[in-house]
Write a protein that binds this ligand. Structure first.
Ligand code: MSP
Length: 507
């Protein structure tokens, strides 16, 4: 089959700045992206999915952090990369490639890309003057300043003039508008589109893509006194991650979904596609920006001192429960306030009281009363209705996942779980077994047969959200984590199941 006809899914997170250890905001994007990758692996098969994450290691921010620690920048980022990988491992992040922008191939790739865009006539030398905010590594115009200070962090700015290279972003205004028009899914979610379109329509200015002051960066080819600006260095990591001689690029480019939070959306929906157009690359299919996790309404950030450590939460509640809570609590796409109390309530009310309890009740019932073998069932109207709801939920979840409504997908799965709970409770198989009547025993058997099959569907649907416990759940049912026959009653009579308590109540 030619490459283009084979199903594939390439998904990315941003390349995070490793000036500090990851906080719950970075974990949020990475977990969501992991859920998407795992879902597509269930759908398309593991070999057809590529999940890239990484680190954006150059620039003055990193230079400064390294200096504060008294180590050379390379050593600083090397140490940070170890920390990032440890945190992602603890959170069950199943990335395929971890690209660091200080990797040798990345340096070579960015240098070549700069030359390529330059040859296309889209880079020219000039002089840049602007208000520079050191901590944010950003130049601002007079108009953008807030009370004469950095509009992003509120700190003082300094006027700088320096020789610089510019990218002809202005040339791409019409082509970008065409892109948004012809590919309505490129800017997602939909509610973020109008603002971008309006800003692009107002007119695009060429952008400065080099820095004279920053030493820790990739030198401009032929003009090594200047370094390539962080964004122009960082964005191509989505390509350089697919490093030859592997054929990953041919197989997976372009990205199907790129995730991030809203503050870096502009770079991804305007500057990034313009760079790709100039260099002649196929464009990503979808750029998706979620909102911010806030604490008491304020964005989490190191400078505000309100960051939350994902490792602390994962140790306390398990990585799976944390993943569930994060994806369930804040509607994926919008902003959401994070609180540990809300996380606990979600875990206790839904994960424990709804899903995990049902799982334990059903599997331990089979273990105790049917020798651990699924009994035979004769489906009646109630069972048929529950199976129909199960199949309906599968379809709903698939739609939600395809449209990146992760929170809605989880809500739908939890609703099915609640329905299965009601079914089990109303059927009272424990009472039926006590009457001694054959008819009642057969009824109880039907309840268990049906419930365990619905649990199989629920557990597989939850698997991408909670890979560790979800894996145990599916395994204890003697099932496979696959979407094939997902809504069918594949657990046949005589099939062995084991009782497990997946999650416990947290205090
Ligand atoms: N290095 C750039 C990205 C380059 S991509 C080619 C960068 N790095 S960052 O470390 O600041 O990461 C920003 C991203 O981290 C956000 O876009 C988002 O994905 C995640 N988050 C950081 N803080 C967050 C919140 N408080 N809430 C939600 N996501 C957060 O920008």
């Amino acid at each position: 089959m030619p490459n283009s006809d084979m199903p594939k899914f390439y998904v990315t997170t941003p390349a995070y700045y490793p000036n500090d250890v990851p906080h719950i905001g970075h974990a949020y994007t990475t977990i969501a992206t992991d859920v998407l990758a795992r879902w597509q692996r269930l759908k398309l098969g593991a070999g057809n999915v590529l999940f890239v994450t990484g680190l954006d290691e150059h620039g003055s921010k990193i230079e400064k952090a390294a200096a504060e620690k008294g180590v050379p920048p390379q050593q600083f980022v090397d140490d940070m990369a170890v920390v990032y990988k440890e945190v992602w491992k603890a959170l069950g992040i199943s990335y395929d490639i971890f690209r660091r922008t200080s990797d040798a191939y990345h340096l070579k790739f960015v240098t070549e890309l700069f030359e390529r865009i330059s040859k296309a006539g889209d880079i020219y030398k000039g002089e840049y003057e602007g208000w520079y905010c050191m901590p944010c590594e950003s130049f601002w115009t007079d108009f953008q300043l807030k009370d004469g200070r950095c509009p992003s962090c509120g700190r003082t700015v300094e006027k700088l003039t320096e020789p610089a290279y510019f990218f002809r972003l202005s040339k791409y205004q019409d082509r970008l508008l065409e892109l948004y028009e012809e590919n309505p899914d490129f800017i997602s979610p939909e509610f973020r589109k109008q603002e971008v379109v309006n800003r692009v329509k107002e007119g695009l200015k060429d952008i400065c893509i080099t820095r004279a002051k920053v030493r820790w960066g990739i030198p401009v080819p032929g003009d090594p006194e200047l370094t390539i600006y962080v964004w122009i260095d960082a964005l191509p990591f989505y390509i350089s991650a697919l490093e030859p001689p592997s054929t990953t690029f041919e197989r997976f480019w372009p990205p199907d979904v790129q995730t991030m939070a809203k503050e870096i959306f502009w770079f991804h929906v305007v500057i990034w596609p313009a760079m790709l157009m100039s260099a002649g690359y196929a464009l990503p299919k979808k750029e998706f920006a979620h909102g911010w996790l806030t604490i008491g309404g304020q964005k989490m950030s190191k400078s505000l001192g309100n960051v939350i450590d994902p490792m602390y939460l994962s140790r306390k509640y398990t990585a799976d429960a944390l993943r569930f809570g994060l994806m369930r609590e804040t509607s994926f796409g919008g902003d959401g306030d994070f609180s540990e109390d809300a996380l606990k309530t979600r875990i206790n009310n839904e994960l424990v009281a709804n899903y995990s309890n049902l799982f334990y009740r059903v599997t331990s019932f089979i273990e105790k009363n049917f020798d651990g073998k699924v009994p035979e069932g004769r489906l009646g109207g109630t069972e048929e209705a529950l199976i129909a709801k199960t199949n309906d939920t599968v379809k709903k979840v698939d739609r939600h996942m395809e449209e990146l409504r992760l929170t809605d997908a989880l809500a739908a799965i939890m609703e099915l779980s609640a329905e299965a709970n009601r079914y089990f409770q109303e059927k009272e198989p424990w009472k039926k077994l006590k009457t001694g009547s054959e008819e009642d025993r057969a009824d109880a058997a039907t309840t268990l047969y049906t419930a365990v099959n619905v649990l199989r569907t629920i557990s597989i649907l939850l698997h991408p959200f909670m890979p560790e416990r979800g894996g145990i759940a599916v395994m204890s049912l003697g099932a496979e984590p696959t979407l094939e026959g997902i809504g069918d009653l594949l657990i046949k009579p005589g099939h062995a199941v084991k009782a497990v308590m997946l999650f416990r109540k947290v205090e």
